[in-house]
Write a protein that binds this ligand. Structure first.
Ligand SMILES: [Ca+2]
Ligand SMILES: [Ca+2]
Length: 384
């Protein structure tokens, strides 16, 4: 008799054996081979492109029309495969610009372009970005575009997971930058990424590390670490709304750096958003850790967040707000200046002081919660 686990492997093996032969992958080792392989995929050729370790310096973007394209590093070591342009002031605007559905890019580094490392056209569905390092882009690193004249067409069901998005200098080239900037997309997941140094060098503020707006819907943002970014996570902006969605188990830290440091989590015209069990420690001068703004922000839940600054209502927003801490001390955390915002000890104000929330079943680390008498406040459930 099979155990459940044995039955699972049996089923998987049967499926693999029964599947038709997959299309052949093409292995590339030069920039020209990579460009050619993408062109051939667009013309009906192989749709898995495997990059050997090395640096691929492009003279033009990878324009993708093919559906179901997979582009991945062969070794699985993202630092060992680099696709680059000619720098943030160079003549290569993008690494990927995608019109096809179901693209997967994984296990590599990309950047050093004047606009975006990865962009989708509004017709493209279900892109997945996994285990990437995205660096040094002239504008937003990942751009999910839309056409305001065709509001029914948007890129849905995307994922950004286990990636690092950062400026290697610790600051961006101008204010019009951001991490992932998604207009109008539905059902995205942004999970377990690190965003670092997305800061403006001039007097205007950078866009958020994670920003979903212009009608975006049901976004899940969880388990991310956001370090020294002007703005952390935003749903909506002004009157360009976001609908539903969850922001949970994220850690947001900003050092006492000079510049444009602003709010950690922002809801603007964000109906029904749930913001719970985040840890937001801002050592710059901005007075609010979390804000919810404008009358269209209704029915939101903001609970169990562990902050050193205020949770602030502005401009007529409404919602349910409770079990938040607004006065956390640096001494409560393992290494706040190193952006390690795990609890250092069983801080009585935080441990077991959260409320029960449907869907709150694990913490920042993926550890099960609640432990003890109830959920802890903040992204980390302290293990005794
Ligand atoms: Ca607990
Ligand atoms: Ca934990």
């Amino acid at each position: 008799m099979f155990s459940i686990r044995g039955l699972w492997f049996f089923c998987v093996a049967t499926l693999v054996l029964a599947a038709p032969m997959a299309a052949q992958a093409v292995v590339v080792s030069t920039a020209q081979e990579l460009l050619t392989a993408v062109d051939q995929a667009n013309s009906g050729g192989d749709t898995e492109i495997v990059l050997m370790d090395g640096t691929y310096t492009l003279d033009r973007m990878l324009w993708v029309e093919a559906d179901n394209l997979v582009v991945r590093g062969q070794s699985g070591e993202r630092d060992s495969v680099v696709i680059e342009g000619h720098g943030m002031q160079g003549d290569v605007t993008h690494i990927f610009n995608v019109a096809g559905d179901n693209i997967v890019v994984r296990d590599l580094t990309m950047g050093r372009v004047s606009q975006h490392a990865f962009q989708t056209q509004p017709s493209a569905q279900s892109p997945r970005l996994v285990n990437l390092r995205i660096i040094d882009t002239g504008e937003q690193m990942v751009k999910i575009a839309y056409n305001p004249d065709q509001p029914g067409q948007h890129t849905d069901n995307g994922a950004l997971e286990y990636c690092i998005l950062e400026y290697t200098a610790g600051i961006g080239p101008q204010y019009y930058i951001g991490g992932i900037d998604c207009h109008a997309g539905h059902n995205w997941v942004v999970r377990n990424n690190v965003f670092a140094g997305i800061r403006s060098p001039d007097d205007q503020i950078a866009e958020h590390a994670v920003h979903f707006w212009s009608g975006a819907r049901n976004t899940l943002v969880e388990g991310n670490l956001i370090i020294n970014c002007d703005r952390g996570i935003g749903f909506g902006l002004g009157d360009r709304p976001h609908h539903g969605g969850i922001i949970r188990n994220n850690m947001i830290y900003h050092a006492a750096l000079q510049g444009n440091g602003d709010v950690g989590i922002s809801l603007e015209s964000a109906q029904g958003a749930q913001v719970y069990n985040n840890t937001v420690i801002l050592e710059h001068g901005y007075p609010h850790a979390i804000e919810y703004r404008f009358p269209a922000t209704q029915g939101v839940l903001i609970a169990n967040n562990l902050c050193n600054k205020a949770v602030m209502v502005r401009d007529g927003a409404t919602g349910t707000v409770g079990n938040n801490i607004e006065h956390a001390s640096p001494a409560w955390f393992v290494n706040p200046s190193g952006a390690n915002l795990h609890l250092a000890s069983a801080v009585p104000e935080a441990v077991d002081q959260g409320r029960t929330i449907d869907g709150l079943v694990e913490d920042y680390d993926g550890d099960r919660r609640p432990l003890g008498a109830g959920p802890d406040v903040g992204a980390d459930e302290y293990a005794h």
